[in-house]
Design a protein around this ligand. Structure first.
Ligand code: NAI
Length: 247
């Protein structure tokens, strides 16, 4: 049990990569806080899957981009669990458009959820982690933040911003025994990618040396490594998981 006795908060875990991470952490003994804004039913399904597998957890719903909701959410978790050892900033959205057509709303929404949400959660949760002199923060960036992608200037900017934020906070928090790392996934099979046109999906596939898309569980394995003591000397890193799409 690699996460025995640990409490983990995974944002955006009502489905997709977040749910897979929640399940993987729970299977290694962590108590997992399932959190989302979209689907209460989805969050409850994740919790039901955790408990069915013999794990422990709770649901705490909040919008990662709303400072007041983040404050209340984290406070409720600390009251219920006493601590947070692991934070996974996974909640994310896309609003794709070519730059000339991209509205300010589309730009702001993507930066607000992906980048500002990561800032708000990290600030609120690490205040507590600093006192306990232990923490693992894992930020979900994207291959798009490293190589760009036409039609995703907002998302690429937000995900590249997460990389800079990861490195700066890793330096600030290292003395308190808190590591901060980013995962940059390539093309993972979730609701986020299912909606892409077939031609776009084929275009991506042709750029992937391993010749296939990944399952959320494969990203969860990397998150588990970064959350566990096996990664104790790794901080400020961006680890790609993209089938070789970007090297
Ligand atoms: P998804 O769309 O299946 O799940 C994202 C979850 O985040 C949803 O449950 C949604 O309700 C939640 N969420 C959205 N806005 C929120 C907010 N303001 N507050 C709280 N929760 C919110 O997406 P997926 O694919 O599981 O993505 C998870 C993360 O991985 C995202 O950050 C995404 O950008 C990133 N990613 C995904 C890739 C993929 O190929 N699927 C590739 C690279 C990165």
């Amino acid at each position: 049990m690699r996460l025995s006795g640990k409490v983990a908060l995974v944002t955006g875990s009502a489905r997709g990569i977040g749910r897979a991470i929640a399940l993987a952490f729970c299977a290694e003994g962590a108590t997992v806080v399932v959190s989302d804004v979209g689907s209460d039913a989805g969050a409850r399904e994740t919790l039901a899957a955790l408990t069915a597998a013999g794990g422990k957890g709770m649901v705490e719903m909040f919008d990662v981009s709303d400072p007041a909701q983040v404050d209340v959410g984290v406070k409720n978790i600390l009251e219920a669990q006493g601590k947070i050892d692991i934070l996974v900033n996974n909640a994310g959205i896309t609003r794709d458009n070519l730059l000339l057509r991209m509205s300010e709303e589309e730009f702001d929404a993507v930066v607000r959820v992906n980048l500002k949400g990561t800032y708000l959660l990290t600030k609120t949760v690490t205040r507590h982690m600093m006192k306990q002199r232990y923490g693992r923060v894992i930020n979900i960036s994207s291959v798009v933040g490293m190589m760009g992608n036409a039609g995703q200037s907002n998302y690429a900017a937000a995900k590249a911003g997460i990389i800079g934020f990861t490195k700066a906070t890793a330096r600030e928090l290292a003395a308190r025994n808190i590591t901060v790392n980013a995962i940059a996934p390539g093309f993972i099979r979730t609701a986020m990618t299912a909606g892409l046109p077939e031609a776009v999906q084929k275009g991506f596939l042709s750029q992937i040396p391993l010749g296939r898309f990944a399952e959320p569980a494969e990203v969860a394995e990397l998150a588990l490594f970064l959350a566990s003591d096996a990664s104790s000397y790794i901080t400020g890193q961006v680890i790609g998981i993209n089938g070789g799409m970007y090297m």
